[in-house]
Every structure is written in structure tokens, then in C-alpha cells.
Design a protein around this ligand. Structure first.
Ligand SMILES: [Fe+2]
Ligand SMILES: [Fe+2]
Length: 131
């Protein structure tokens, strides 16, 4: 299962954020999507990577007094809570299918939407501040 890093869509021209987003996809793509165990372990790995990823972005927001940091942080907290929820789902067939659907359908959709909206706005705000 490969979700490519697409420059036109994902590249924000912010070195730190671009590296974090590339790393996210590297972990995401290293899953064996036929194995529930693999999905769970990659989701767990993504969770801890995403904690660092969000922390780095939030420090950036603080440093530049980013005006919509509250909304952006709330969105971060929401996705971490979601990931945590699916990681800890009951290991029933139903629970496993839910976790798989989340990994395959929802996460990549979230990734695109978040980068296109909130992260690209943050990156361009950083750029404007640096000029
Ligand atoms: Fe990000
Ligand atoms: Fe973000």
C-alpha cells in the first residue's frame, strides 16, 4: 500500500514540516495491510511520530505567535485522540475491521486535508514572518 509524497499537494516549502510529513508517509507505507498486527503496530508507531510532529509544529506556532494556533492545536489533539481510540479498540473482528478502515481510508484523507488547509497556512505564515 503506497501513498506517495506528492510535491504539488504535500510540499509546503518548510524544511522541518516537509521532513516530518515525509517521515509520516514512510511509516504509513511500511505496513502490511493484510495483517491486523502490522496495522496496529504501524498505527502505534505513527502515534508516537505524530506526537513529535505536532509538538514541533506547535512550538513553531508559539515562536511566531501564529494567530490561529488554537484551532490548529485542537485539530492536532483530535487526531491524536482518534488514533489512540483505534489503537486501543477491542481485538474483536469488528474492532479489527474498524481499525483497518481507519488506517486505509480515514488517515490518508486526514493527512491530505490537514496539509492542504492548516499546515500550508502555517508554512506560508512562517515564510511571511521570515521575509
Ligand atoms: Fe503537519
Ligand atoms: Fe498540523
Amino acid at each position: 500500500m503506497i501513498k506517495k509524497f506528492e510535491d504539488e499537494k504535500h510540499l509546503l516549502k518548510n524544511e522541518l514540516m516537509d521532513r516530518l510529513h515525509q517521515e509520516f508517509l514512510d511509516i504509513y507505507n511500511s505496513v502490511d495491510s493484510n495483517s491486523t498486527q502490522s496495522i496496529k503496530s504501524k498505527l502505534t508507531e505513527l502515534y508516537s511520530h505524530t506526537q513529535k510532529h505536532f509538538q514541533a509544529e506547535e512550538e513553531l506556532m508559539e515562536n511566531i505567535s501564529y494567530p490561529t494556533k488554537r484551532e490548529h492545536k485542537e485539530e492536532h489533539a483530535k487526531v491524536l485522540a482518534e488514533m489512540n481510540y483505534f489503537i486501543n479498540m477491542n481485538p474483536t473482528i469488528f474492532g479489527q475491521n474498524m481499525m483497518k478502515a481507519y488506517y486505509i481510508e480515514k488517515l490518508p484523507y486526514w493527512f491530505d486535508a490537514h496539509l492542504i488547509s492548516m499546515d500550508s497556512d502555517l508554512a506560508s505564515y512562517v515564510q511571511r514572518k521570515e521575509v
